[in-house]
Design a protein around this ligand. Structure first.
Ligand SMILES: NC(=O)C1=CN([C@@H]2O[C@H](COP(=O)(O)OP(=O)(O)OC[C@H]3O[C@@H](n4cnc5c(N)ncnc54)[C@H](OP(=O)(O)O)[C@@H]3O)[C@@H](O)[C@H]2O)C=CC1
Ligand SMILES: CC(=O)N[C@@H](CCC(=O)OP(=O)(O)O)C(=O)O
Length: 343
């Protein structure tokens, strides 16, 4: 059994980790922290976990966390980097669901996150945790930087076309939509029911911190510079993310449907839909799946990719468990095989 700790167990990604780990065949939850709710039984705060999780929240304590084999950080950006050096020094491996180790360029990270990095020497060592791009790196890693939700949906959508050199890379467009749980569980006026319900808005059009993260992955794949316009939107739903991706075809990329089907044939968590289908967020709700569709825009040189994930699962906690499975040599799908909840 792998002994697991979670720092930040009361947030939305923390409770999603709890839901997945409670039924994981080879992981045992040993520590779960919350500074605001230390002492509270987990199933008192989250009655959906009654009979599944029987421990209490505790204050983050280095000794207790270092006794685990793996610690997940489901905490705001800038939190994990303060504890990771001590945990690694004590042979505890880490998956950070935040962004502390995602960007390799430290100056870019400091610009977007508004702080200096607390352990810059560990950034180069961190494996970017998108298994479909970096599976072998994750297997060997002590420290995994779990990707952001938008970078997961966008990266998986463009991967086959970039690898094949089938699109121009100077004017990529990603128009994305997220449910409100993407903004976390802490109370904020902008995510109150009356602020989001019956409404739809873009945000971050002047710049969003996922822009450099998406660009970093795409540039790694195509080996050169990438021009990217990324506009996120907020929709009145709890979970779910939809990315509409637009690019100009380069040369003759051949049968796009076949290209995607071949690229993802062996990927347990990427489902390429049949030609003509449109992916829906509700078909991946609570699952670790990314569902994709690709097509050529009629009478145009544009290719359109549609990509859906659950922002809390493949976009955060599910991908983190997938990464844990890889790091510990387990079946990659362990604990992640439940189908979507409908309706
Ligand atoms: N929501 C989403 O869809 C996604 C989120 N992420 C990332 O995952 C991380 C967590 O997000 P989310 O679950 O939404 O966040 P929430 O705001 O919902 O939860 C944050 C959690 O962290 C704890 N926490 C806050 N500050 C500290 C601290 N200084 N030290 C220790 N614990 C702390 C909080 O508990 P307490 O204050 O009681 O200790 C709480 O349990 C973030 O970095 C986010 O960007 C990534 C992908 C998708
Ligand atoms: C709707 C909403 O607000 N979504 C969040 C999603 C980001 C996220 O959670 O990802 P990180 O791990 O990079 O913080 C946002 O746009 O900031």
């Amino acid at each position: 059994m792998i002994e697991v700790g979670i720092v930040g167990g009361t947030g939305y990604t923390g409770v999603e980790l709890l839901r997945l780990l409670a039924r994981h065949p080879q992981a045992r939850l040993r520590v779960i922290t919350s500074r605001g709710n230390a002492g509270t039984p987990v199933d008192e705060m989250f009655p959906s976990l009654r009979g599944e999780v029987d421990i209490r929240f505790t204050e983050p304590d280095l000794d207790a966390l270092a006794a685990c084999d793996l610690v997940f950080f489901a905490t705001p950006n800038g939190t994990a980097m303060k504890m990771v050096p001590d945990l690694l020094a004590r042979d505890t491996r880490v998956v950070d669901l935040g962004a502390d180790f995602r960007l390799q360029d430290l100056a870019t990270w400091a610009d977007w996150y508004g702080m200096e990095h607390a352990c810059p020497e560990l950034v180069a060592e961190a494996a970017y945790g998108l298994p479909e791009l970096n599976r072998e790196g994750i297997r060997e890693a002590r420290l995994v930087a779990n990707p952001g939700c938008y970078p997961t949906a966008v990266g998986l959508g463009w991967l086959p076309l970039l690898e094949a050199g089938g699109i121009e890379t100077d004017r990529l467009v990603a128009s994305c939509v997220s449910g409100a749980s993407g903004a976390g569980r802490a109370a904020k006026v902008g995510t109150l029911l009356c602020e989001v319900n019956e409404s739809f808005k873009a945000y971050g059009a002047d710049g969003h911190r996922h822009l450099p993260e998406i660009r970093q992955s795409l540039e790694q794949v195509c080996g050169g510079g990438v021009g990217l316009t990324f506009v996120p939107h907020l929709v009145p739903m709890t979970r779910g993310m939809h990315a509409s991706l637009y690019a100009t075809v380069k040369g003759d990329p051949g049968d796009l449907q076949l290209l995607f089907e071949r690229r993802y044939a062996d990927e347990p968590f990427v489902d390429v839909l049949p030609a003509g289908a449109h992916p829906e967020t509700r078909t991946v709700r609570g699952t670790n799946l990314c569902r994709l569709a690709v097509r050529r825009a009629p009478e145009s040189d544009q290719v359109i990719v549609l990509s859906v994930i659950d922002n809390l699962t493949k976009g955060a906690a599910g991908q983190a468990v997938q990464n844990m499975n890889l790091m510990f040599g387990l079946e990659e799908t362990a604990g992640l095989d439940a189908p979507a909840v409908l309706p």
